[in-house]
Design a binder for this molecule. Sequence first.
Ligand code: SF4
Length: 276
Amino acid sequence: MFHNIISREILCKSALNKTGIPDYKYCINPYIGCTHACLYCYASFMCRFTGHQEKWGRFLDVKVNFSDILDKQLKSRIRPEGKVLLGSVTDAYQPAEAIHKITRSSLEILADYQLLEVHILTKSALVQRDIPILRQLRACEVGFTITTLDSNIARVIEPGASPPHLRLTAARELIKAGIPVWVFIAPMLPGVTDTEKSLVRLLHAVYECGIREILMDHLNPYPAVVQRLKSAYRRYFPEALPELEEYLCYPEIYQDKIEGRVQQIGKLVDCQPKFV
Ligand code: SF4
């Protein structure tokens, strides 16, 4: 984990925002930036909109008035309804949340109003801290993104996130508390996390944990993401570079191959993941 994070406290004007993400009406993001610093992060485009010069993963803006603004918005809007995604361009449970507790106070407000169904997507075991509040929400489900069970690979590709086994432990605790949990295996990194060995291990562990809803996705080759990945592959996974190149040249053929692999493994471990 990095120690030289530039953190600032800022004031926001809006907490509950409309989103175009399929299935969701609103999103809430208590922080700008994400110190999980995943190499494949698609949200790094946020730097362009917020004027940050720092590298993605090395800065964090903490919206200190977030829960007050959320409270005002829920009070004044004409009964917002539907699903809200907590953490569409940040992880609401990144390490700083243990100190600032902005996600936690926002959930308390959402629980008070009982208007919205809350869906959380995270790579952090910290979410289990809030189980008592999650149980008070009108409706809630939690998705854990897990790309690999190999903690050495995870440390390279998502250095600030909870180690994968801790995410599974948190998932178990949530399930025990009656909260629906699903897993998002994405993006699959060619030759690194989409190998048969890696997928068998991961799908087996997820199924053993009691999770039955498993969604998967391929890598979206945005230029900035490809650039970061190529440099990490050269340094950490040089043997997998040909597979990354193959994916980038022939994405559809490569995706068909992996989807066939997942289908076969699904039969072995008795689960049927869906591609989004
Ligand atoms: S946890 Fe999500 S938002 Fe945070 S860096 Fe990783 S992919 Fe990006």
